[in-house]
Design a protein around this ligand. Sequence first.
Ligand code: NAD
Ligand code: TYD
Length: 353
Amino acid sequence: MILVTGGAGFIGANFVLDWLASNRGPVVNLDKLTYAGNLENLAALKDDPRHIFVRGDIGDAALIEKLLQQYQPRAIVNFAAESHVDRSIHGPEDFVQTNVLGTFHLLEAVRAYWSGLAEEQRAAFRFLHVSTDEVYGSLGPNDAAFTETTPYAPNSPYSASKAASDHLVRAYHHTYGLPVLTTNCSNNYGSYQFPEKLIPLIILNALNGKPLPIYGDGLNVRDWLYVGDHCSAIRAVLEQGRVGETYNIGGCNEMANIDVVKTVCALLDELKPATQPYAALIIYVKDRAGHDRRYAIDARKIESELKWRPSETFETGIRKTVQWYLENQSWVAHVVSGEYQGWLAKNYGGGRT
Ligand code: NAD
Ligand code: TYD
């Protein structure tokens, strides 16, 4: 048994689906079901007794204590977070609440549970904290990629709150001996990603004939990784990672935003041709405040220690992703109703340049 938090979100749901598909044992899935959490992501597990879904907050220590006592998990994988940079700019408080205080309360409950385990179970227990490359800040064009020893320099309320959570996790190992692992991954894309993030936003806007908003000059660089490869990396770290260590995970695939958007447009031109090329919908809009210029991951540690490598290239992964959104229109229709419309108005309403 493992306990996954945030397993109704984009990466967490992919992780839970992959975990159960490969028969690694049952999962308790704790998720608050914020706007980003969606039980439809887990619809395939509706009648699967190996998946126990609990709606709740990682900040609810009493609930966590109860779940830990009831299910006695051998590991926790902590995905739960507020995850979108633009939302953190509009409203940072939720980020501090969940990413910092939530992680703190979760750690406290886990520490109490772990302290009471028998010697052998204590040694085998793992707390894996899923984090981001954004904690390292922004790179210049010729800077070396982030390694595990790059100093933290978070620039957005999102990355600052994730950095704080990483530090708490580190401190619980150093001070209390909690057997923790931390992963810092680059930008993910794939199925079930909420369409506030660049790639699904572009796919859905294009299909609806709406403008494709590029922040600033479109030359900000991200290192894109297919979500299934992130999940395989987390499994590798959970199973073989050295306790107390952090592992950077990346796709070795740096791309400027404008090139990502043009690639998506070209795929849509091929798979769902419209009367004009989709790239005609591209517009440049006001830049994001404090927009980090470039992220790049040096993944040599996980590659050499744990023999992990991505199995998808950007070409294969983005094709699968675009196809998934084309084939899952009812998922899309449910996701984009309600709160999502309010978000679009708030973030893009008056922002064109
Ligand atoms: P997401 O926003 O799609 O999902 C987050 C999930 O956490 C949702 O299901 C939400 O309901 C849940 N949640 C939020 N607050 C909660 C709380 N207080 N208690 C319990 N559940 C709560 O995010 P994602 O993109 O799947 O990211 C998952 C994790 O991976 C995050 O920790 C994020 O920082 C990290 N990460 C994401 C990326 C990326 O590109 N998306 C890259 C690197 C790391
Ligand atoms: P995003 O998917 O929000 O991830 P992150 O900010 O965590 O990297 O954004 C990826 C890049 O795309 C980032 O440089 C901001 C940019 N972007 C746009 O140009 N337009 C958009 O509408 C969005 C959402 C993002």
